[in-house]
Design a protein around this ligand. Structure first.
Ligand SMILES: NC(=O)c1ccc[n+]([C@@H]2O[C@H](COP(=O)([O-])OP(=O)(O)OC[C@H]3O[C@@H](n4cnc5c(N)ncnc54)[C@H](O)[C@@H]3O)[C@@H](O)[C@H]2O)c1
Length: 461
C-alpha cells in the first residue's frame, strides 16, 4: 500500500542532512516527520476477508460512492428508495446499507439482513430505522446530525433581512403587477438585536454571521455556554423576548420545548418584533403566532418547519395536514418554506463524507463512535509496525458474566488495549491483542462467538 507520509519522510531524507537533535523549529518538524511513520495506522481487514458489498439507495451523493469504492468496497448505487418487500429480497447480499429518509428499515428487514454489519443514514433523522431491532442484531446506525448547521444559519440571516425589508410582500406585489416602492416599515438589520433561543451548533454559527451584519446578539440556553464574539447569554427566555427585535428558535423538539413559544411568550415580545422558526414545528403554538401577527404584536414571521409536514414533494400543504395552513398561507408578512433550512448541495456533500467515513471506520476499525443506537466504543489505532496485532470486535447481550468469559478466552495473549461499553440491551467490546497465530485466531473466534451472549464477533487483522 502506498503511504503518503512515508513518501514525505523519504523526500525529507533526500533533501536534508541527518539531524540527530532538533536545534531549530524547522529541524524539530523534520525530526517529528522522520518518526511519524512509526505511528501510521495499519489498515485492518476482516479475518474472513469477504468482499464487502454496500447498497446505497435514494441517490446518495456520488462523493460518498467514491469514498466507499476507494476503500475497496463493492458499491451498488440506486437513485430510488426500496419498498420493504424489495429490501427483504435484496438485503441479504449486503454488508452495509446507506439510506436517506424514505427507506424504512423495519424489524422484518433487519431479520432478512443476515450479513448486514452497519446502516448509514445519509441524513439528519434516524426514525426511519427500527433502531432497537438493529442494535439487537448487532448493527450500529450512523447519521450526520450537524452537517447542515451552516446552511440553516445562512437561511436565518436571509430571513432576518427578508423580513426586515418586507422582501416577500414587495416581490409578491410586483409579480401581481403592482409597483410599490416604499421605505416605511423597512429597516436595516445593523444595530438591531437578534435573540437566539438554543445556542448549539446552529445558534452559535448564526451568532457569528449576525455580528458580521452589525447586529447585537443575545441568546438563551438551558446550559451555560461560552458566547462567541460579543454575544451575551441572558438569564431567562423572558429577558430575551423582551429585548430582541428578531427572535429565532434553534432548540430540539423535546417534551419541554413543545409549544415553548405560545400566547404568553408572544405577549412578552417587543411590539413589532419578527419571529423565525427553523427548529421543529411543534416548538411553536401556531394559532398563537397567527394571533400575534394579526394584532401586529409580531410584524412578520418566517416558518420553515411544521407540526405535520407532507411526506413527499408535490403533496398538498393544506388544512387537512395542519388546521391553520390556509390562514398562514394567506398572510403576506409570513415567509413559508418547506423545511429547506439544511437543504443545500454543501450540506449533502458533508453528510455524504461524514456518514461514509463513519461506515468505513466501523467496517475497517470497529469504531462505533457517533452511532445512535449503540454503545460508543473506539480504540487507538494499531500502528504499522504492530504487524502481529489483531482487533477483536465483540457485540454481545448486556448481561452479567460476559467479560469474564471473553477475558478467559483472551488470557493466553497480551491484551494491548481493551474497552467496552453498553447501551440498553447491547454491549460492545473492542480489544487489541498481540502475537496470535492464524490457527489460534480461528480457535479464539470460535470460542468467543460460541458464548451464549454473543451477537456478533468480528476479527480485524
Ligand atoms: N430547518 C431545518 O432544515 C433544520 C436543519 C437542521 C436542524 N434543524 C433543527 O434545529 C434545531 C437545533 O439544531 P442544532 O443542530 O443547533 O442542535 P444542538 O443540539 O446543537 O443545539 C440545541 C441547543 O438547544 C439547547 N436547548 C435545549 N433545550 C432548550 C430549552 N428548553 N431552552 C433553551 N435552550 C435549549 C441545548 O442546550 C443546545 O445548546 C433542532 O431542532 C434541529 O432538529 C432544522
Amino acid at each position: 500500500m502506498t503511504n503518503p507520509i512515508n513518501i514525505k519522510v523519504g523526500s525529507f531524507a533526500a533533501s536534508s542532512s541527518p539531524v540527530s537533535t532538533p536545534s531549530s523549529i524547522h529541524d524539530h518538524f523534520r525530526h517529528v516527520r522522520r518518526h511519524e511513520h512509526e505511528h501510521v495506522p495499519r489498515v485492518l481487514h476482516p479475518i474472513d476477508n469477504e468482499d464487502i458489498r454496500v447498497l446505497l439507495l435514494e441517490n446518495i451523493s456520488l462523493d460518498a460512492v467514491q469514498c466507499l469504492r476507494a476503500k475497496g468496497f463493492h458499491v451498488d448505487h440506486h437513485t430510488r428508495a426500496m419498498s420493504e418487500d424489495d429490501l427483504i429480497q435484496n438485503i441479504g447480499n449486503y454488508h452495509a446499507i446507506g439510506i436517506r429518509s424514505k427507506t424504512k428499515i423495519t424489524a422484518n428487514v433487519v431479520k432478512a439482513a443476515t450479513k448486514l454489519l452497519v446502516i448509514g443514514c445519509f441524513c439528519i433523522g434516524t426514525n426511519q430505522v427500527d433502531l432497537p431491532a438493529a442494535a439487537r442484531a448487532g448493527i450500529p446506525v450512523f447519521n450526520s446530525p450537524f452537517s447542515n448547521s451552516r446552511s440553516v444559519a445562512e437561511l436565518v440571516m436571509a430571513e432576518v433581512v427578508g423580513l426586515s425589508r418586507q422582501l416577500f410582500e414587495r416581490s409578491y406585489e410586483l409579480r401581481t403587477g403592482i409597483w410599490n416602492k416604499q421605505s416605511k416599515g423597512c429597516w436595516e438589520v445593523r444595530g438591531k438585536t437578534l435573540g437566539i433561543v438554543g445556542y448549539g451548533h446552529i445558534g452559535s454559527q448564526l451568532s457569528v454571521l449576525a455580528e458580521a451584519f452589525g447586529m447585537r446578539v443575545l441568546f438563551h440556553d438551558i446550559v451555560n455556554i461560552m458566547p462567541l464574539g460579543q454575544a451575551r447569554q441572558v438569564d431567562s427566555l423572558a429577558t430575551l423576548l423582551a429585548e430582541s427585535d428578531f427572535i429565532t428558535l434553534h432548540v430540539p423538539e423535546l417534551p419541554e420545548t413543545t409549544n415553548m413559544i405560545s400566547y404568553s411568550e408572544f405577549a412578552k415580545m417587543k411590539k413589532g418584533a419578527y419571529f423565525i422558526n427553523n427548529a421543529r414545528g411543534k416548538v411553536v403554538d401556531i394559532p398563537a403566532l397567527i394571533d400575534a401577527l394579526k394584532s401586529g404584536q409580531v410584524a412578520g414571521a418566517a416558518v420553515d418547519v411544521f407540526p405535520f409536514e407532507p411526506a413527499f414533494n408535490g403533496a398538498p400543504f393544506d388544512d387537512q395536514l395542519n388546521a391553520w395552513a390556509s390562514i398562514l398561507r394567506g398572510m403576506y408578512n409570513v415567509m413559508l418554506t418547506p423545511h429547506i433550512g439544511g437543504s443545500t448541495e454543501e450540506a449533502q456533500r458533508m453528510i455524504g463524507d461524514e456518514v461514509s467515513q463513519a461506515v468505513t471506520r466501523y467496517l475497517g476499525y470497529g469504531s462505533t463512535f457517533g452511532a445512535v443506537n449503540f454503545p460508543e466504543v473506539d480504540l487507538r489505532a494499531i500502528t504499522a509496525e504492530q504487524g502481529t496485532h489483531i482487533r477483536v470486535c465483540h457485540v454481545h447481550k448486556n448481561q452479567p458474566g460476559v467479560l469474564k468469559q471473553v477475558n478467559d478466552a483472551l488470557s493466553p495473549y497480551n491484551v494491548e488495549k481493551q474497552y467496552s461499553d453498553s447501551k440498553g440491551e447491547v454491549a460492545y467490546l473492542m480489544a487489541d491483542i498481540a502475537d496470535v497465530s492464524r490457527r489460534d485466531l480461528n480457535h479464539l473466534r470460535d470460542r468467543i462467538s460460541g458464548t451464549d451472549a454473543n451477537i456478533l464477533t468480528r476479527f480485524l487483522i
